[in-house]
Design a protein around this ligand. Sequence first.
Ligand code: ADP
Ligand code: NA
Length: 327
Amino acid sequence: MPRVFSGIQPTGDPHIGNYFGAMKNYVRLGEEYGKNSIYCVVDLHAPTNPGAYDPARLAARTFEMALANMAVGLDPQKVIFFAQSHVPEHTELAWLFTVITPVGELERMTQYKDKAGQLESVPAGLLMYPVLQAADILLYKADTVPVGEDQVQHIELTREIARKFNHAFGETFPEPRAVLAKDALRIPGVDGQGKMSKSKGNTLGILEGFDSIWQKLRVAPTDPARVRRTDPGDPDKCLIGDYHKLFSDLPTIETVYVGCRTAGIGCVDCKKMLMEGIRRELTPVQERAAELQADPDRVRDALATGAREAREIAVPVMEEARERVGF
Ligand code: ADP
Ligand code: NA
């Protein structure tokens, strides 16, 4: 059976892009692969991003991200779910990998170049980020890594690291493959300016209050060709049309698409119908989140158990790697 690994950044406040693009996928894969699906809140990576990292908030962010994933339906009893910093083998394996990873390869990584380009002084950790990521995956001998397109280059490097290690020290690690979300979902931001992203401040949070979500939707742009209520519109050129496909049932989508094209319904009505779908989808998530917030030990205990389960795999693999290298 394949073994799936995915890292979750402890950024807190997940949005509907994260939800449809990643979190729901984790739940689905968890149903399929059980304890062979490993989800790690990758808190050790956080300090490489000085802009978004606050030491006073890191532990809370890790907790919040774990809670959010559990609220969405990730079941820590079914999968292995833990925080990276609770399993010290990640950093130890990363060190072994640094000795076989060419600096030139790391300097070629697009994400590194983008981030380093904005910094006056570049921390070595930023350069080493993909080495730690390779260790995250290979520590579990995972062969299947669900990621977004921006991570494909890092997974290629992980394959190369596995290959080099096996070549230098003997067959030890599989060469994992990146699995892209089937429909390569790219949820647009509520400002209509491209992809939804935390850094762009154009998000609808999955745990955000419905009043707040509505205030954002109310002023969200629609098809610019539809100036007056009596003008027909094109729902395929409208952000609200895109969102309906995520949140609404088929009859509603049909009503909205026909109504927009014939000027039968106005944009405000269309947004109100979307709001119903959002409520239906997110109410159970928000209710579960409230339950977990009221009982935070459930989240902490889940992560502690998850770390023990992770180490049952990680410790022997680390021992094997250590021996191979000669320790
Ligand atoms: P952000 O861009 O808000 O910082 P991350 O980069 O932390 O989000 O992404 C976390 C996960 O959510 C990744 O798997 C990523 O592919 C997915 N994701 C993020 N934004 C979107 C989006 N707008 N549409 C689809 N998936 C997304
Ligand atoms: Na991003």
